[in-house]
Design a protein around this ligand. Structure first.
Ligand code: F0G
Length: 460
């Protein structure tokens, strides 16, 4: 039997339909930077799955009953109860979004010369490590380097590298191990329970705290029940609870698996560390019972956390992404395998072999998706991850030229995703017509948000 989403649509929002001519003008005005395209000129927005999910009636009803008290609001106690039950950690701090949680936690744990080890740091996570003066090192497992391999847990950290680093000359400077579930920077791939257990043992052996970046904890838990022997009979909630309890704490953006427009939390086992984080939280985010969130946000995320672990929801969402992957693969466009849940990562380098790294195949494909179909998505290739000289020439390309199609939660129907596959199929019929791009101007930090690009003439 086919799975289907366990909800019906009750409130809808119109989406903009534009012409190719209009999109050509909009994209040129935005200097070929999708972040500068107004959302009212985007038909299907696959830029991110963050803060873009559709709320349930229960979330909006809870928000309407929110308590706005500055200190000790009912909304906070409801939030704390659900987060405490999920994570098992006694210290829970609300924060306005994931990167604020990172800043607060890393400010208390890291510092100049200290090292953070991860399967892959997400970009804001890396930035927040570096802002403390620390160093972020990614140790993805070797299977992650083969985009086509069907290995079920390509989000794992490389345990051999982890042990060598902890036991080696830099070991004394390692201040945390941070595992991102699912591994967004690494193709949205899950991390196995076996890998997390090994990390736990190694962190105990070397006396290093183990944290999770748990933005997509529910999706990771679901994939464990589907892919890891021994977990077939467990519910995603059981797996998620066990996952959180394995670590010493977490930073969790709730804009993803909290299915909310805003919110995050830090949960910690250690009282001392929690106290240091709390001082920073009060100074920079808000009092410990709201942390930069309104009562409405606290209610929405608390209810979202109740809904997100529903196996019917997770199963349908997984099937939706897998269906899109199948259609795209049939059209001759390869995606990072196996498909995850929150996004598909297109192998633009392979689809557009005529475009060299310095012509940015990922960016070219993302622009083409917008021009051909009003679809917005993000490049994850040399433009984002490569190294540039002062004149904006690419000097070291990224290992892969990818494009991420992120799937907002409960937002688009199967026919919207089939439309995306149709647009991509049309592009894949004549890939050599997709032109190259060049960087005109780029700021030294957070390059991809503020880029200005130009398009070279196509080979028509
Ligand atoms: N960690 C991971 C793994 C993320 O994917 C994100 C955000 C963050 C932390 C930061 O959380 O946005 O609440 O401050 N990812 C979004 C994305 C932006 O599109 O992947 P935030």
């Amino acid at each position: 039997m086919k799975s289907f989403p366990p909800y019906r649509i009750q409130v809808v929002k119109e989406i903009p339909i534009t012409t190719r001519q209009e999109r050509e003008e909009v994209l040129a005005r935005a200097a070929y930077n999708g972040f500068d395209v107004p959302a009212n000129k985007v038909t299907i927005d696959l830029l991110t799955d963050s803060g873009t999910g559709a709320p349930s009636a229960a979330q909006e009803a809870a928000a309407a009953g929110a308590d706005r008290s500055y200190a000790g609001s009912d909304s906070y106690y409801r939030f704390r109860e659900i987060v405490g039950e999920l994570t098992g950690h006694p210290h829970v701090l609300p924060v306005h979004q994931g990167r604020a949680a990172e800043r607060v936690l890393f400010g208390a744990v890291l510092g100049p010369g200290r090292i953070s080890l991860s399967n892959t740091h997400f970009d804001t996570t890396r930035a927040n490590v570096e802002l403390t003066g620390g160093e972020a090192r990614d140790l993805p497992c070797p299977e992650a380097r083969d985009l086509d391999s069907l290995d079920p847990f390509k989000g794992n950290i490389d345990l051999g590298e982890l042990e060598r680093t902890l036991a080696g000359p830099d070991g004394a400077r390692v201040a945390q191990v941070l595992i991102t579930i699912t591994n967004n920077g690494g193709g949205g791939q899950p991390v196995s329970m076996a890998n997390l257990e090994s990390v736990r043992r190694m962190c105990d052996r070397f006396g290093v705290p183990f944290f999770l970046d748990a933005a997509r904890f529910a999706e990771n838990a679901w994939l464990v029940t589907q892919r890891e022997p021994g977990y077939e009979q467990q519910t995603p909630r059981e797996v998620a609870r066990r996952t959180f309890r394995m670590a010493d704490g977490c930073v969790t953006s709730l804009k993803k698996d909290g299915i909310a427009p805003m919110g995050a939390f830090i949960a910690l086992r250690d009282a001392d560390l929690a106290q240091r984080c709390e001082a920073n939280l009060i100074a920079t985010e808000g009092f410990r019972t709201y942390g930069g969130l309104t009562g409405h946000d606290l209610e929405r995320v608390a209810q979202g956390l109740r809904e997100v672990l529903d196996p019917n929801y997770l199963g349908a969402r997984t099937a939706e992404t897998a269906h899109l992957a199948e259609l795209i693969n049939e059209a001759g466009v390869d995606t990072v395998q196996p498909p995850g849940i929150h996004a598909l990562y297109l192998n633009a380098g392979r689809l557009l072999p005529h475009i060299p790294a310095h012509g940015f195949p990922g960016h070219a494909l993302a622009c083409e998706l917008y021009l051909a179909g009003g679809i917005r998505c993000a490049e994850l290739g040399s433009l984002y991850l490569g190294e540039f000289d002062a004149a904006h020439n690419l000097v070291a390309p990224a290992p892969f030229e990818l494009v991420r199609l992120a799937i907002p939660r409960r937002t688009y129907t199967q026919s919207h995703l089939e439309y995306v596959a149709d647009v991509l199929s049309a592009i894949a019929k004549n890939p050599e017509q997709v032109p190259e791009y060049r960087v005109v101007d780029a700021p030294p930090v957070l390059r991809h948000f503020n880029l200005r690009m130009r398009r070279l003439p196509a080979n028509r």
